[in-house]
Structure formats: C-alpha cells, structure tokens
Design a protein around this ligand. Sequence first.
Ligand code: ADP
Ligand code: MG
Length: 394
Amino acid sequence: VDETVQHDMEKLQETFPSFRNQFRLIKRIGEGTFSTVYKAEDLQYERFDNAWDWDKDAEKWASPPLKKIKQDTQTQKRRRAKYVAIKKIYVTSSPLRILNELELLHDLRSSPSVCPLITAFRSTDQVVAVLPYFRHQDFREYYRHMTVADMAIYLTSLFEALGAVHRANILHRDIKPTNFLYDPETGRGVLVDFGLAEREGSDSKPCLCHEADGVRKSRLRAAYVPSSAPHNGYPKQDTRPARRANRAGTRGFRAPEVLFKCTEQTTKIDIWSAGVILLTLLSRRFPFFNSADDVEAMIEIATIFGSRRMKVAGQLHGCMFETTIPTVGREGFSLEKIILWSNCRIDNGKTLKPLSEDEKVAVKFLTRCLDLDPSSRISADEALEHEFLRDMGR
Ligand code: ADP
Ligand code: MG
C-alpha cells in the first residue's frame, strides 16, 4: 500500500473514531469522479453468524407483521459479509446527491443484482457508505476473450439488474463497465454507483417524443415557419429558450435522446448504454466511442446510423440534425458491418469471415438495444425474453 493511500486510510479512521473497532481497512480499490472506495474487513461480522437464514424459511416470514423482523434479519445477514467496500464520498458532492444515492440503494435493497447498502456514516460533511465487497474482475482483462455465449451470460446478469432497477421506476443513468462489477468465473455481476440515478419523471418536462406522431409533426412545422427558415430549414435567429435537460452520465455511453436534450428521459437510456457495452464486446474495442463532448458523440453515432436516421431521431425531440461532415453518410452502416470491420474481418470490401449464427443472434439483439427511438427500443424485461439471452444466457 503506497504512502498517500496509507495516509488517506488513517485520515478516514480518524474522522470516524468507532471505525477501528468495526473495520480493518485493507486497500484502495477504486477512485472515481465522486468517491474513493476501499476494501475492508468487517471485524464484527462473526457476531451475526447465527443470524436467522430467512431464505430457508421464506414461507414463515411472509405474513405482514413479521415483515420488519424479516427486514432486520436480512440486514443482519448482509452484515455477515466478511469483506466490505467502503465508499468515501467526496465532500464536494452535494448533500442532496448523496442522500439521493443512499435512498435509492435503500429502495433497491431486495434486488439481488444491485449491490446492497449495509450502512452509512456521516461526520460533518464526510459521508461513507458500506457495501458488501463483491469479487469481480477488471473489464479490460476479459472483454477481448469472451465468446458469444459468455457475452449472453454477462448481459443476462446486467439486464436482470436493469429489470429490477427499472421495475422500481429508477433510471441508473451511468451504465458502463466500471459500474457493473462482474465475476466471469460465476457469470454473475452486481450494479453499483447510484450517484447519478433518479426516479423516472422526477425532473422531466413534456417532450415531443411522448406525443403522437401527428401532433409532433404539426408542432415541428409550426416551430419552423418558412420566413425564418429560408433554405435549410434552420431559423437564423433562434428565439426559443435554450433547452435544459439532464445530461449526467459518461461520455460514449449517452443515449441519443440525452444528446438531443430530451426533457422527458426514461429508463430506456440505460438500455442504450448496455447496448454500447455489447457493441464493445462484439467489436472487441474499448472504449468503442471516444468523443470529447456531446457534439462529437452525436457525430460518432451519426457515422454508424447515417444522417437520415439521425435526423428522424432528432425530430422526435424537436431537434434539427444537420451536418456537412464528409464521413457521415446518408445511410450509415449496418451494425454487422461495423463489427466485422472492427475485428478486421473485412479486407478491401471483401468479407473474410462472416458472422457466425451465434453472432447473428447477438447482432439482432444489439440492434434492438441501439434503437435511436427510445419508445421502440427494447425494455429490460423484453430483453430477458429475447432469444439471445433466453437461449444462450443461462
Ligand atoms: P464512483 O461514484 O466514484 O464511480 P463507484 O460506486 O462506481 O464510485 O465505485 C468505484 C469503484 O470501486 C468501482 O468501479 C469498483 O471498482 C469499486 N467498488 C465499488 N463498490 C464495490 C463493491 N461493493 N465491491 C467491490 N468493489 C467495489
Ligand atoms: Mg462509478
């Protein structure tokens, strides 16, 4: 353990005097934008060794008056994790944001694919969250070596987690490999990092994408009166108020509707991000998208899907999409072609090794995840019924 880490760990123990009796800090395991995460041993875990294993007697605990006890027993069971992850949230994070993260984790505590919250501490402006430590491997170590069946298993686990989160009407907003801790040996993963998550509809305003086709078209026509839009349909003096929309998330994983500043975003934004992970696995390129900002991100997406479909996607949210960039063609490319290219399986326009039957099923599924229109994009529950996950993922 290097010196600065040692120093930080000691500081943490000084902030919380009771810490030393409860946890033994082992090492730093993560350093993100919003927190530092340490692995620690829970020194009190054995105390709960005889706690009721309520899973065995689920029937018995089903009656409502016993619910509270059941919950407490569950908590105790979780405290039996010998190793924990201690997430020290940076003091620069807003208190509302921290509260939001802890609250959502608490709401999702009964989902096995979401890393549960064991407890949390606060000392003035410093908050730490304690989670069971989940053994996992770094994405970079395995993404290049996965078979299509391995990918189906990975995605089944990820979509089970998304299903649970979305059924609770929560958007994670930051789906990416470092927030899905996956153990290739067991084929299981858990979702972490609800720092950007939000309840569906909590900060939305009506967006055209939720209107019927006819309504949307007439509103679009009304917005672009010919006199102010001489040639290319773009008003010279745009007097509309600037649109504000939640754009939180990670570059390269943002859904098109996030880039188009949709004001009524849904859980489908997470499906797009999961699709980007699958695209990464199939193309064996990480990161697949590598944009510096939202405009570049839009161009990257447009290069694949073509300007025609991109334009239609923008109009869903009342946005114009125009580009003169020569690499953005009108029709774009099929995802099949992108994957063959990325794997150097096309040479001089000649396909050296076409997609296998398994890969074709995966690409069919990928097409459903990377649908530019959020309303027709596959949902997590539908995804679990898709042949790719249903037949190959278990
Ligand atoms: P941030 O908001 O800073 O991104 P995360 O919650 O994503 O924080 O955690 C950062 C990293 O810490 C993760 O990518 C992972 O490597 C590690 N980590 C977080 N929670 C756990 C856990 N429960 N078990 C093991 N490692 C974890
Ligand atoms: Mg993270």
